[in-house]
Design a protein around this ligand. Structure first.
Ligand code: NAD
Length: 354
């Protein structure tokens, strides 16, 4: 990959390659845009097939964090870390302490926390080397797991989409198909069931589906079938790129609203959904709940304030859907337009000397 060309194309400020020979840590930290404030974004650990794949992932994810923070009205920029390694085999105390030391060198310009492949325990280790962490357990001064607040945002996104499509936001009697029953997907399923929806769900881990099915009384299905399940709402809560050339035509829903980052392989698939009459709730708006929660830690976490901000995703999405209809644009294009407008306004007011 031509790194500077890619940074220029996506608008990145900084990409830092971190290597520690003692522990074997290989991590890339990408800081996309700090117009609104210091960068915030989780650390993902995956056994990437190639270094380019890790770099592509961190660039795309950190860019998404800028949009997510900006759209949610937060004063943070976008950043992300990827660790190249297998979370099942390559974790050690040294690895996460080394990561903590590298994060500390950025002196608050970037803070991080859990993401796919990393856990609370990993960051309790990193905490011994850096203060710039979010999403820690309450006993360590953090706000704890973000899965439920992210799910609350997704449920509000579903309600806004239902309201826009059908004039009623009620989930009662609606069929919701969830792909992935992890930290977020479980809470999306739980909240949807509580709201009276019929939930069909899949996970690549059969034990997870079995456990959640018996706990919540949902209908289990397999990971491929979930994409084609006839439903009102398809909710991707696993990994990204789920809406692509193989799947966009197979979805059998009227709404897509889920927590996964980068659901569309590229923005053309948003157009493809819209041409099929499927309303797409942009992922970086739907899944901002976790970021809203951890961003609040910086001011001294207050759950009521967080809930209020997460519930505002409903009004924000309704406005985006209406603007998209009025202008004949995709929902993603409208959401991005709003982000660009906020970034340029905040950038411009910084010319005022204080
Ligand atoms: P997780 O790792 O806890 O859960 C993901 C689940 O998806 C796992 O149970 C996994 O087995 C399953 N899965 C993976 N591939 C699958 C497939 N092809 N079909 C069905 N199931 C599959 O992760 P999470 O924290 O629940 O996050 C889910 C998604 O939401 C991720 O894309 C994450 O980046 C995004 N997200 C999470 C948060 C948060 O607060 N945790 C916030 C914003 C965005």
């Amino acid at each position: 990959m031509d790194i500077f060309k890619e940074m220029e194309r996506r608008g990145h400020e900084q990409v830092i390659f971190n290597y520690d020979k003692a522990t074997g840590l290989k991590a890339i930290i990408a800081i996309h845009d700090t117009t609104l404030g210091p960068a915030l974004g989780g650390t993902r650990m995956l056994p990437y097939a190639a270094e380019d794949a890790a770099l592509e992932d961190v660039l795309r994810l950190s860019e998404g964090m800028t949009y997510k923070a900006a759209a949610a009205g937060l004063d943070f920029g976008g950043g992300k870390t990827v660790i190249l390694g297998d979370p099942a085999q390559d974790k050690s105390e040294g690895l996460f302490r080394a990561l903590g030391r590298f994060v500390e060198t950025l002196n608050g310009r970037y803070s991080t926390g859990e993401d796919v492949g990393t856990s609370e325990e990993d960051f309790l280790i990193a905490l011994r080397e850096t203060r710039h962490l979010v999403g820690l357990p309450p006993a360590y001064g953090g706000s704890g797991d973000t899965g439920d607040m992210t799910a609350l945002g997704v449920i509000n996104a579903m309600k806004a989409a239902l309201m826009h499509k059908n004039g009623s936001s009620s989930l009662t009697g609606r069929r919701v198909a969830i792909q992935g029953l992890g930290k977020v997907g479980f809470h999306v399923a739980k909240r949807a069931v509580e709201e009276g929806a019929h939930v069909v769900a899949a996970d690549i881990n059969p034990h997870t589906v079995g456990r959640v099915a018996s706990e919540l009384g949902i209908e289990p299905t397999d990971p491929w079938a979930v994409l084609e399940t006839r439903c009102d709402i398809f909710s991707p809560c696993a990994l990204g790129n789920v809406i692509n050339e193989d799947t966009a035509e197979r979805l059998n829903c009227q709404i897509v609203a889920g927590s996964a980052n980068n659901q569309l392989k590229d923005n053309s698939f948003g157009e493809a959904l819209s041409q099929r009459g499927i309303l797409y709730a942009p992922d970086f708006i739907c899944n901002a709940g976790g970021l809203i929660q951890v961003a609040d830690e910086v001011r001294g976490y207050h759950p009521d304030r967080v809930r209020h901000q997460v519930e505002a995703i409903y009004d924000l999405l309704l406005a985006i859907f209406r603007e998209a209809d009025a202008k004949g644009l995709s929902t993603t294009a409208v959401a991005m337009g709003r982000v660009e407008q906020r970034l340029s306004q905040v950038h411009a007011i910084h010319r005022i000397r204080t």
